[in-house]
Write a protein that binds this ligand. Structure first.
Ligand code: NAD
Length: 472
């Protein structure tokens, strides 16, 4: 397999080095934090539906075991290679640290274009890959826990869980071997949209700070901000939907086959429905349409959300980028060189190490649910509702007024699993953003948010190694 032209892992390490230079940790410890601890490369045959045999190539990288299990998605894409999974695993380590999710970082992938395989073939590939991971102890609720990523979703996660459980009949916690599962197979409410929701919350927090917005010539708040989204998959679609619900104006979308733009705003639901019908975004009504999907990155907007793959903004196109805010929903969508150019131009970059952490945050909740064997809210919901009702009764007696049935329903409703997940996710994302802003402030506003995120992660991981007594 040929090496990528831009090493993604090098790009991540450049961000690490930039931040590490500002810390005073032992250089030997920094070397350990940066290193990718283990990579498993596997090739296995599968039988295609036409009876032919094909060799499939897959990888799993565990970047850091400073906390266990390690955690990270599995992607299906022709661009998958060893460098990519190492980079993505490293990003997972830093991301988990930034949002205080107690996992080390990992990532896996299979070098296939999923559109070229039938459902049965995808099942055979997924189950065999799981078996290979199991054989080498690269999967398990206390070892390494995959999740969905580019090209995978709840269906693949269900196959992984089923295969793992078939091999581990005695493991009571077997369902916790993978997250992002469908609800009936041990999934959690809110996981499908979690990364997109986290992206929305992260952007909302960023736009809420009037001082930062003023510095880039924007007003406070998400409302009315013009947004372009590259990639209408799991992350891009839900981020766009939720930003629209917050009042943002969606003016551009890019997909594989092309990009569309309309200064009057685009109807997300109509675009998605039309694309499902005809297979192309270019069949939607819009002022501008082009088969060159990369052009969407260069169109005028307030917020550009790359939500597809890495290395989209590079030295080649960075001078033509016009967005004022770049919100990195995808992992590594810009190279380190492009990042520096944009920072010099004053573009506000909300980094992937923070912004797309909503997925792993809710995966963490799913894992906790699997280990505790009980749905969030099940034990306390009714008790809370009864307590609120008693409170309302007391208020009624004290004030001599009666609440309507509607008011009673509203005031006494106890939290469901979906409520708890959403609240935990918003609390995590909002809290993490403020933490990064605080770190940035502590350096006299002389560092960018990505560097703040890396400093935040390095400090926490270093503390963890220190606590373990590995580097006394
Ligand atoms: P996905 O497969 O659901 O969606 C990706 C979308 O991008 C697809 O619709 C695809 O057609 C489109 N696309 C591919 N190449 C494109 C191009 N050149 N131009 C425009 N569109 C293109 O994947 P996803 O899960 O949404 O992941 C997207 C990104 O978000 C990846 O970088 C992934 O690592 C990151 N991420 C995903 C999650 C998650 O929970 N799924 C969590 C964190 C980060």
């Amino acid at each position: 397999m040929s090496l990528p032209s831009i090493s993604f892992f090098d790009q991540v390490n450049r961000s690490f080095d930039k931040a590490a230079a500002l810390t005073d940790h032992d250089p030997r410890l920094l070397v350990q934090i940066k290193a990718c601890n283990s990579v498993y490369r596997v090739a296995f045959p599968i039988k295609r539906d036409d009876g032919s045999i094909e060799v499939i190539h897959g990888w799993r990288a565990e970047h850091s075991q400073h906390k266990l299990p390690t955690k990270g998605g599995i992607r299906y894409s022709l661009a998958v290679n060893e460098d990519e999974v190492m980079a993505l695993a490293a990003l997972m380590t830093y991301k988990c640290a930034v949002v205080d999710v107690p996992f080390g970082g990992a990532k896996g992938g299979i070098a296939i274009d999923r559109r070229a395989y039938s459902q049965n073939e995808l099942e055979r590939i997924t189950r065999r890959f799981t078996f290979e991971l199991y054989r080498k102890s690269f999967i398990g609720p206390s070892i390494d826990v995959p999740a969905p990523d580019f090209g995978t979703g709840p269906q693949e996660m269900a196959w992984i869980a089923d295969t793992y459980q078939a091999l581990n009949k005695e493991d009571l916690n077997g369902l916790g071997c993978v997250t992002g599962k469908p609800l009936p197979q041990g999934g959690i409410r809110g996981r499908v949209e979690a990364t997109g929701r986290g992206v929305m919350v992260g952007i909302r927090e960023a736009c809420d700070l009037a001082e930062d917005m003023k510095a880039i010539g924007l007003t406070r708040g998400v409302e009315g901000k013009r947004v372009i989204v590259q990639g209408l998959g799991n992350v891009g679609f839900h981020a766009a939907r939720l930003l629209r619900d917050e009042g943002a104006e969606l003016v551009g979308f890019a997909e594989y086959e092309g990009a569309i733009y309309d200064s009057r705003g685009l109807d997300l639901d109509k675009v998605v429905a039309r694309r499902q019908e005809t297979g192309s975004i270019l069949d939607c009504e819009a002022e501008i349409k082009t088969p060159n999907s990369q052009l969407a990155l260069e169109w005028d907007c307030d917020i550009l959300i790359p939500a597809a793959l890495e290395n989209q903004i590079t030295k080649q196109n960075v001078d033509r980028i016009r967005a004022k805010i770049i919100a990195e929903a995808a992992n590594g969508p810009m190279t380190a060189d492009a990042n520096e150019v944009l920072l010099k131009r004053g573009v506000w970059i909300i980094p992937d190490t923070f912004l797309n952490a909503g997925g792993v945050t809710v995966s963490y909740f799913e894992w906790l649910k699997n280990l505790s064997h009980v749905r969030f809210g099940r034990m306390g919901k009714r008790f809370e509702e009864e307590a609120y009702a008693r409170l309302l009764d007391a208020v009624e007696v004290a004030t001599d007024r009666s609440f309507t049935d509607r008011e009673r329903f509203f005031f006494t409703r106890g939290p469901s699993e979906a409520d708890i997940v959403r609240s935990g996710l918003e609390e995590t994302m909002a809290g993490a953003y403020l933490e990064l802003r605080k770190i940035r402030d502590s350096y006299g506003n002389k560092i960018d948010l990505r560097t703040a995120a890396f400093i935040c992660a390095i400090d926490k991981i270093a503390l963890c190694y220190g606590d373990l007594g590995i580097f006394p």
